[in-house]
Design a protein around this ligand. Structure first.
Ligand SMILES: *Cc1c(COP(=O)(O)O)cnc(C)c1O
Length: 385
């Protein structure tokens, strides 16, 4: 029998998830029913935010947040190059220019000590990413944002359930964006959410996902009848369906079980790899990480093989390892459009050259975990200098 590949991440779906979807399918409302509001209410409560707005994906959440923040042509937005390209794509869509700041080698998050030097009169916002679920240093970031009057949008696609200094991610920055893609902490198939505490952002976000339309009487210039609405903003259809929201409600009920298991697996890996020539992820004193990914970095000077060779050997053994991330400034679109080049962000580039993400998801069995440990140790030891 051929052993199936163990993916780097995957959803955990049980019969309660399936039943909650079936209920919606049998109901009158597949979209624009009551499930979206229910999911938003539960979600806002979970992260401790006043408002939550469900949308169709993580990138829709980011694009909506950029819209609500008023990011426009010629604005500069500070962000990390060590992320999925969607983080930067979100504001580039509005004609804003990326100002990448290199990462900190230890956490792989934006290097806070390098932010102030790149702030100009055009700087509008900082978009942070909590890489692998490890929160950025928000006490410093929020201090800088306050000093220069910048909006902070947190791309927390990896970090649902993470905390910084006891504060839940989702209730730290001006707006926080989440993704419910199947590899993320909880899933709705595709889906996303923005949380915030400011009513002005909330109104913008609600309209933007629904063609810019409002039916809220407080927003309308007049009221002609029950059919009446006004289009106040240039919006899109970024709505989450009730089918997805029902899955979200059901998934969110299990989030602490998911996160406990993720953290347990990370600890097993970290202990197992202590004596290997690799750097494993770890939390600082103020961090609580939900651990979306398990990123290891190879100590290439202590190995006879490069990352590609080791990656290929792991794949041959049916570990569905992945690499996170090709730095955004090295993507052809960014090099061409913004004149970025190799060498611009050396810490991110060095991290990329050494990174491999091992399988990590809550429904991994102990047998699978042991198999990953064994194969990874075998392969690394085989190429040890
Ligand atoms: C997954 C992810 C996104 C995009 O989410 P989608 O739901 O796939 O659109 C954005 N940023 C980061 C850091 C991600 O990991």
């Amino acid at each position: 029998m051929v052993r199936p590949t163990i993916p780097y991440g995957r959803q955990s779906i049980d019969s309660s998830d399936i039943n909650s979807i079936i209920k919606v399918l049998k109901s009158n409302w597949l979209t624009q029913g009551s499930k979206v509001g229910e999911f938003e209410k539960d979600f806002a409560k979970f992260v401790g935010a006043k408002y939550a707005v469900g949308v169709s994906s993580g990138i829709s959440a980011l694009v909506s947040a950029c819209f609500a923040a008023g990011i426009g042509k010629g604005d500069e937005v500070i962000t990390t190059p060590y992320t999925f390209c969607a983080t930067a794509n979100s504001f580039v869509w509005f004609g804003a220019n990326p100002v990448f700041v290199d990462i900190e080698a230890n956490t792989l998050n934006i290097d806070v000590s390098k932010i102030e030097a790149v702030i100009t009169k055009k700087t509008k916002a900082i978009i942070t990413v909590d890489f692998a679920g490890l929160p950025c240093n928000y006490s410093e970031i929020l201090k800088i944002a306050k000093k220069y009057n910048l909006i902070v949008i947190e791309d927390a696609a990896h970090a649902l359930g993470s905390k910084f200094d006891e504060k839940m991610v989702g209730n730290i920055c001006d707006m926080t964006c989440f993704s419910f893609h199947p590899v993320k902490i909880i899933t709705t198939g595709e889906g996303g959410m923005i949380t915030c505490n400011d009513e002005k952002y909330f109104g913008k976000l609600m309209r933007f996902r629904n063609h810019g339309i409002s039916k809220d009487k407080r927003d309308l210039s007049k009221y002609d009848g029950d059919w009446y609405y006004e289009m106040l903003d240039l919006g899109l259809n970024f709505r989450l369906t009730d089918i997805q929201a029902a899955l979200g409600v059901s998934q969110l009920k299990k989030i602490s079980v998911f996160i406990d298991r993720r953290r347990e697996i990370v600890e097993i890996y970290n202990n197992a790899f202590l004596n290997l020539p690799v750097k494993t992820p770890s939390e600082g004193k103020k961090d609580f990480a939900a651990w979306h990914l398990y990123p290891v970095r190879l100590e290439l000077n202590r190995l006879k093989a490069d990352r590609k060779k080791i990656f290929d050997e792991l794949r041959k053994k049916r570990l569905g390892v992945q690499v996170h991330y090709i730095p955004v400034h090295l993507q052809p679109f960014y090099m061409k459009t913004f004149g970025l080049a190799e060498g611009d962000f050396p810490v991110a580039e060095k991290a990329y050259a050494a990174e491999i993400s091992l399988p990590l998801f809550p429904s991994m069995t102990n047998v699978e975990i042991e198999y990953v440990v064994k194969i990874f140790k075998d392969v690394i030891n085989r190429f040890r200098k």
